[in-house]
Each structure stands twice: as C-alpha cells, then as structure tokens.
Ligand binder design. Structure first.
Ligand SMILES: [Zn+2]
Length: 712
C-alpha cells in the first residue's frame, strides 16, 4: 500500500497496513513506459504467453483479448523460475483467468472482503502488541518492546506471491501508471478505482534481502542522525566567551533550528546566538565541522575559526566525554556517505518495480501521486511569488534590521490570545477531569463543529478514548468491525489545555478515519490519498479548539499572523524540498560518486537554489543552510511532503470557509477515499492540488497585518 511513513512529519497518526516494508520507504511510478520484464523472467515465458493468448480468446471470445494480453504481461513481469515451470504457469493462468463478468465480480468482491479482514486483523494485532508501550499502563518491560517492534504483516507480500494470490490479481486487474491514473482516472467508475488499488498492492515484488538492505540503510542513517548532538556550552567566541548555558545539548537539525526560533524572543540580544547556530549548521552541511566536536562535551570549539581545544569547563557527566585528541580534523564526509548508502539500497529495488523503476519515481508517482514536474512547479509558484518580498519586508520592519540567512526560520508571526495558558488549563481541567469525560463529550464537540446529532453520535460511537503514555496519537481501524482509537494524555489534575488541543487534533484524525473506512463505497478505497490529507483535516478541527471550549474564535488579526507564519514556513521548506529532490537526481546521475564528490555536489545544489529563490530577498549569496535538514539523510526523499501539506491544508480550510460549515463538508470530502490527490481535491474544492489557496490567504493576511500595524 502506498502510505508513506509520514507520521514522523506531522503528528503520530499510526498507520498499520499490508506490506509495511513497502510503505516505509519504497513506493512510486514513472514517465517511462513500463519497463520490459526484468531479466529474471524464465526463457519459456514468451512462447507460453503466445499459446495462452490463443487459448483464452478461443475460450472466452475476442472481447477478452485485450484483458488476456494485459494479464499475461503483468504476470510475466513478476513470475520467477521458483514459481514453477511452463506447465505450472499455463495451468495457473487457465485456472485463474476470470473470462466473464460474473466470475470477475465474485473474485473482486471476495478479495475486497478478505483483504479488509487481513488488513483489519493485522492492524488489530499491531495495536494490541503496542498497547503497553502506547498507553499509560505502568512499566514497559524489555519484552514489551519486542512485541511493539514486531510486524506480523511483514511477509504478506512474499506469501501472496508464493501462494499465487498476488498473481491471480495481476492476471485479472490492471496495473496502471500515474500518467494513466491522472489522465483517465476522472472517467473511471468507483469500482474501476477500487480495482486499480487492488492491483497496486502487488505492483512490486521486492526480494526479502533487498528490503532488508533498505531497512538496514534506514536504520544506520537514522542512528547517525539520532546521535548528532552539539554541546552548546562548549561553543566559544573569539574572546573565549560561552553564549549558551551549561548542559544544553542540541540535536541537528531540529533543536538547532528551534534554538534560532526561540532566540527571537530575546530580540537584539539573541542575535549573536542565532548567528553562531547558523555557523554551526553551515559547518555540518559542508562537513568542515571537526569530528571531535560532534556529541562531545569534552572539547571547546570556535565555529568561526574552527579552533578546537580541550574543554576549559565541564558541564556534563564524564561518561559523555569522548576519548581522543582535541583536534580539528574534519568529519570525513560521513553525512554524505550515509545518504549514498541510502541511495544504493533504495536503488536495489528498481528492477523489481516495473511501473516505477527508480526510487524518485516511487516517491513521487506512487507515494505522492503527483508528478515531480508538477510538484516542482507548485514549489516554484511559492518561491517566486511577489508575496515573498512583501512578507520579508514586514519581517524586516518588525525586526528593525535587514534579514540574515537564518531568518528563513523567523517565528515572530504569532496569533495573540485573550486568555493565558493558566486560565485555559483551569477551564479544560474542570471540563475534562478524566479521559472518560472527554469521551462522553465527543458528540457534543462534533455538533459544535456542524455535524448533525445523528452523525455526531454515529462517529462518537466509533471512537474509543484511551489514556496515552506520550502526548497522544490517533489510530484508525483497519476494518469496519473495529473502532478508531484516540489516545490522549490526562494528568492526575485533569486534562490541560495543551492536551485538549492535541486531543481535538487526534479526534479530527478519528473522524476522518471513521468516514473514510465505514462510509466509503469500496473498502479497497479506504483512507485518504496520503497523510497530508488526514493531517489537514485534523489541523482544521484543532484550529477550532477555542470555540469548542465555548470561547470566541481567533480574531482576524490573529488569523492573519497564523497564515503569515504558515506562508513563511512554506517558503522556507519549499527550497529545502528542492534541494532534497536535486540530490537524489544527482545520485542517480552519478552512481559511482564518492562521499566527497557528493558533498561538493550537495553544497552546489543548495547554493544554486538559495541564489535563485532566496538571495534576492536576503541579499546574500551562496548560503548552504537549505541542506541542513536531517530528513535529507535518513528519510528518503520525504521533505517535499511538507510544503504540499501546507498547500492542501489551505485548500481545505478555504473550502470550509466558503461552505460556512465544517461537518457536512468534512464528511463529503472524507468519503472520497484513496484516489489521486488531484481527484480528491477536485471533488473537495473544485480545483486540483495547488498553492493558490495559500497564496490568496497570504495576500489577505498581509493586507490585514498592514492594516493592524497602521491602526496602532
Ligand atoms: Zn496529526
């Protein structure tokens, strides 16, 4: 199935589904025609197929010729010597080709029902096995972690090829390219769409050792990233001064970026720190960072001169100090060696994925289902919008200084609130002393959002609220006989405002999950096109949390701040996404590259994108900051999902604004299920996925912000 591991991006929506190895990284198609069968096809295949075509047409009539040809071609692409000899193959085809509509209908219905059962029960096992880790139920013992890490569905695709259930699907239902889904999908019936999704489950047969290699590369790069800390107290300036407090340990890039953001509250006083963090980031990207300073409180480092000395002050447990000389020998391009390994592993799956023969294809054409050229065009629409310069000007006015490169992470657009956190906490704790209290109130909350009493009660009856160990997450059901789970954190003193805000978000996921599973016409179409859609729907409800508490909605000025914050964030991440895409193309173009060459290429790509889209606003050239994201190293071309997610969010919000009520629109949208993003969005809003709604909202927000400023 096609759901990307988006969960890490947005929030913890837990998706468990068939074929998790594919879901986690490998999925998308291409502008190339479907490749010829990989070299693994047995030599007798061609003559068997010629014979079978004649036999099938003689048996079922000329009208079945095209279907027979397609089915034979599809099976041949995946059949290996170990699946059987020519006689086995021919027997299989003759026994399993559904040559009349009644047999085909029976086959379709039975696969649909049984795969729902399979997915649903696998999901159920996964949820139960993770329960001790996920819920607030006392200590987690070592074996609980093993249960939590076990994926009972890991071998299903292999099994389905081995017992030939996959081949039966490939023989009878169409594999499609993204191009076909985009060009013809509008005219397909819902049943045709369901057939397409059914076939897609078996569009790849990746050998276990290849999946293992991919998982290993992901695990290695994830490990590398997870330990990439900078001990901030040990950054010293020319005068030997320490700008940051003891014990501050920041993980690249997330914590470093968030440190830049938080320093805006300090105004001018935060500037030296922000510039220092930028300098550290640049050293990481260019790999001029001394190896000895990575995750090591045992040395002091001046990131400007790159001088390294034994630490003159201690702030950490001695066990954290790394042994070795206080040298400034640079990190030996490990960052790029990691990414090259990801690439080489992902590439191993290419020959087994005929409709999406490169990893880039699998990401864009299968996972996202928006062609790369269109994604690029949408990002460029944001990056070249005149609203960028206008927003930049507003930021400069507020900062009282010209922009510096790290201001791509400016976070001064803030919605104001009439209530402080303590007041809100008290209100929420009184209303929701326990998780059960929230559960009881769900119908009421949904009615406030415009759902009819009947729908509100129906959805509420399909949601179970559990006490979460962490901050909270949503877990949908995999089959209609199961319920969605809302995991929320409730303190002994009752729910606090932050917990409520998250619970409303997760409830949004649960509402989407309920409609898109229980109300969709074919369960093969359950879900949404990708996680950006469920996130957009969840964030929509989250944005109304104050009204759900009976408080006034955020005013226009406050909403404008939120929009400008989103726009600036989209502008920033759009460039990051282009860098991510650019480096994957470079790797495919240079499969023999060394980590050092790849380092130089990445720096070059980052500079080019900066110079084209950022330098005109920031008035500085050759900045490499866009390449700092850790996702680039361990998340396999995931970053373009972020800006697309912002665009989708604004489109949905805009539609709700026009319609004037959330409930009925929410239901109408969610029932569309898992079709292409454009088709989903056309049904939802009348337009394909695109940046227009975000740009229009930004235009209005800028006007509002300037009006508010003039009024002061
Ligand atoms: Zn979420």
């Amino acid at each position: 199935m096609r759901h990307v591991g988006l969960a890490l991006l947005f929030c913890a929506v837990m998706v468990v589904s068939l074929n998790s190895q594919e879901k986690s990284m490998d999925s998308p198609k291409s502008n190339l025609a479907p490749a010829a069968a990989p070299a693994i096809a047995p030599p007798w295949m061609k003559s068997s197929n010629a014979k079978l075509e004649g036999t099938l047409v003689a048996k079922y009539g000329e009208s079945q010729r095209a279907r027979a040809l397609r089915g034979l071609h599809q099976v041949a692409e995946f059949w290996r010597a170990e699946d059987g000899d020519a006689a086995t193959y021919e027997d299989f085809v003759l026994a399993n080709f559904a040559g009349d509509q009644a047999t085909l209908d029976t086959m379709f219905n039975r696969y649909q029902r049984l795969l729902e059962q399979l997915d649903g029960h696998m999901h159920e096992i996964g949820r139960e096995f993770r329960q001790q880790q996920d819920l607030d139920l006392g200590p987690v013992l070592p074996f609980d972690e093993a249960f939590g890490g076990y994926d009972p569905s890991a071998h299903i695709i292999d099994d389905f090829f081995a017992n030939k259930l996959a081949f039966t699907v490939l023989l009878n239902f169409p594999l499609t390219t993204l191009d076909e889904r985009l060009q013809q999908g509008k005219n397909w019936s819902r049943r045709q769409w369901a057939e397409v999704r059914l076939a897609e489950r078996f569009s790849k047969r990746i050998p276990a050792d290849v999946n293992l290699a991919i998982a290993q590369a992901a695990s290695d790069s994830g490990q590398y990233i997870a330990q990439y800390n900078i001990w901030m107290y040990h950054l010293v300036d020319q005068q030997g001064q320490r700008l940051f407090p003891p014990k501050m340990r920041l993980l690249s890039h997330w914590n470093l970026r968030d440190e830049i953001k938080s320093e805006y509250a300090e105004g001018q006083a935060g500037l030296a720190k922000q510039r220092t963090v930028q300098q550290v980031m640049e050293r990481i990207v260019t790999q001029t960072i001394p190896q000895a300073v990575v995750d090591n409180p045992g040395v002091d480092w001046n990131p400007y001169t790159n001088e390294v000395r034994p630490a003159a002050a201690q702030d950490a447990d001695p066990s954290a100090v790394k042994t070795g000389a206080a040298s400034n020998t640079r990190e030996p391009d490990t960052r790029y060696a990691m990414l090259l390994k990801d690439y080489l592993a992902a590439k191993k799956a290419d020959p087994y994925s005929p409709t999406a023969p490169t990893f880039i294809d699998r990401r864009f054409d299968e996972d996202r289902e928006i062609p790369e050229t269109r994604v690029k065009a949408m990002l460029e629409q944001i990056l070249t919008s005149p609203l960028v310069a206008q927003t930049a000007k507003l930021i400069e006015t507020r900062l009282g200084r010209p922009l510096e490169p790290f201001d791509v992470w400016y976070n001064g657009f803030r919605p104001g609130s009439k209530y402080n956190e303590a007041e809100l906490n008290a209100m929420v704790a009184k209303k929701y002393p326990t998780a059960e209290a929230y559960q009881r109130d769900i119908p009421n909350l949904l009615m406030k959002l415009g759902f009819t009493p009947e729908k509100a009660n129906y959805v509420a009856a399909n949601i179970i609220v559990d006490p979460a160990r962490g901050s909270g997450h949503a877990m949908g059901a995999g089959m209609r006989s199961e319920k969605a789970h809302l995991r929320t954190r409730v303190e002994k003193t009752g729910m606090n405002y932050k917990g409520f805000n998250i619970a409303v978000h997760e409830m949004g996921h649960n509402v989407e999950q309920t409609f898109s599973l229980n109300e969709v016409d074919y369960t093969l179409l359950q879900g949404v096109p990708n996680n950006a859609f469920t996130e957009a729907l969840a964030m929509l409800l989250q944005g109304h949390d104050l009204e759900l508490l009976g408080l006034p909605a955020p005013d226009a000025a406050s909403q404008a701040e939120k929009t400008l914050n989103d726009f600036w964030g989209t502008y920033e991440i759009a460039g990051v996404a282009l860098v991510d895409t650019g480096v994957w193309h470079w790797m495919y173009d240079h499969p023999q590259a060394t980590p050092q060459q790849f380092n130089q290429a990445t720096v070059q790509i980052a500079k080019e994108i900066w110079n084209r889209y950022y330098a005109p606003v920031f008035h500085q050239r050759d900045v490499v900051l866009l390449a700092i994201y850790s996702h680039m190293i361990d998340s396999f071309l995931y970053l373009p999902d972020y800006p697309i997610g912002h665009m989708i969010g604004f489109q949905i919000e805009e539609q709700m604004r026009k319609a004037g009520a959330i409930g009925p629109e929410f239901e109408r949208m969610a029932k569309m299920g898992d079709v292409t993003p454009d088709l989903w969005m056309e049904n939802a809003t009348g337009r394909p996925v695109g940046p227009e709604a975000l740009l229009e909202a930004t235009q209005r927000a800028l006007h509002q912000a300037l009006t508010t400023a003039n009024a002061k």
